[in-house]
Design a binder for this molecule. Structure first.
Ligand code: OGA
Ligand code: MN
Length: 308
């Protein structure tokens, strides 16, 4: 059962045995199959922080068809760019934050400004950021989207997911609702399915940065067993077809030894908009004890222009 696996991997004492966690780095082809079809025809998008698609490694989980795994396709500089965006820009108004409800931030300041630019240095606020929503705002209580509650999506995030969708041959994907999840080392995300979108057939893109996670993917009901997979910084999970409807969650965050955001492999492939070094020093400090997940959904059906 999903709940049993979740409890097992969540436990700190005793610490779980991790030998059954699928590790894409070890390329064990008994549980995943590589997808090599269509990768050569796309241009290089260094401007999106990506390595050339010919170098990408893409897998499908054998036990969850439609669960696609792209092993970190980002350059180190790309990781720095997206991590900094998720911290400095995306938690700004008019986007919504978990902190809004508790009125923990004044209207005239942002989480980033308040945590890192204010001379008082608000440390307690730093660990309290859990999510921010962009585009159609996911209402966590009603689980509904509404035409009355949406902000404009940043074009670079739309361009990134449109490109990913094209590489994977999904036609007509539109990013319309984005949740950015922020995890501390002791955070978890309980098992759930994402079914608030009118268009439940469109794939969902889930991009991870920072510390490692164990991702559990189960079946269509809570009763089915769940498969654990390591997610590392830069890894992208695409939930398409059957897997789009499956239970999933994050029972554990694990410290990462390898830091793909640190290496210098892309110095000659500059992003169009570079990351300010002072901003990156703040962001790299944050990410040393945190994980960020960018969860991108299409909400509307093809041809639909608004919610009812
Ligand atoms: C979600 C989700 C998974 C993750 O936001 O709905 O499932 O990897 N996130 O954080
Ligand atoms: Mn989810």
């Amino acid at each position: 059962m999903f709940k049993d696996s979740f409890k097992y991997y969540k436990s700190r004492n005793p610490f779980p045995d991790l030998k059954n966690v699928i590790d894409i780095d070890s390329t064990d082809y008994t549980k995943v199959r590589p997808i090599e079809d269509f990768l050569l025809k796309y241009e290089n998008r260094y401007d999106l922080g990506l390595r050339p698609t010919k170098d990408w490694k893409i897998y499908e989980l054998k036990c969850n068809l439609g669960l696609i795994f792209i092993q970190n396709p980002f350059t180190a500089e790309g990781q720095q760019y997206w991590i900094t965006k998720c911290l400095k820009d995306y938690p700004k108004k008019p986007n919504k934050l978990n902190l809004d409800e508790h009125k923990l931030l004044n209207d005239n300041t942002s989480w980033w400004e308040e945590c890192f630019k204010n001379s008082d240095g608000n440390v307690s606020l730093l660990t309290k950021l859990r999510w921010t929503t962009l585009g159609y705002h996911h209402d966590w209580n009603t689980k509904h989207y509404s035409e009355n509650s949406k902000s404009i999506l940043p074009s670079e995030l739309c361009n990134l997911t449109t490109f990913l969708a094209n590489v994977l041959n999904y036609t007509g994907f539109n990013a319309e609702a984005i949740i950015i999840n922020y995890y501390r080392m002791n955070s978890t995300l309980a098992g759930h399915t994402d079914h608030s979108e009118v268009n439940i057939e469109a794939p969902l893109f889930s991009i991870s940065f920072g510390q490692n996670a164990i991702f559990l993917i189960g079946g269509l009901t809570q009763e089915e067993p769940a498969t654990p997979i390591y997610l590392r910084s830069g890894d992208i999970v695409v939930m398409s077809k059957t897997s789009r409807h499956c239970y999933h969650g994050i029972p554990k965050i694990l410290p990462t030894l390898v830091k793909p955001w640190m290496s210098n492999d892309s110095m000659q492939n500059k992003l169009h908009s570079e990351v300010d070094s002072e901003d990156w020093s703040i962001a790299s400090n944050y990410i040393s004890e945190a994980r960020i997940n960018i969860n991108v959904r299409q909400v509307l059906k093809p041809g639909q222009i608004r919610l009812l």
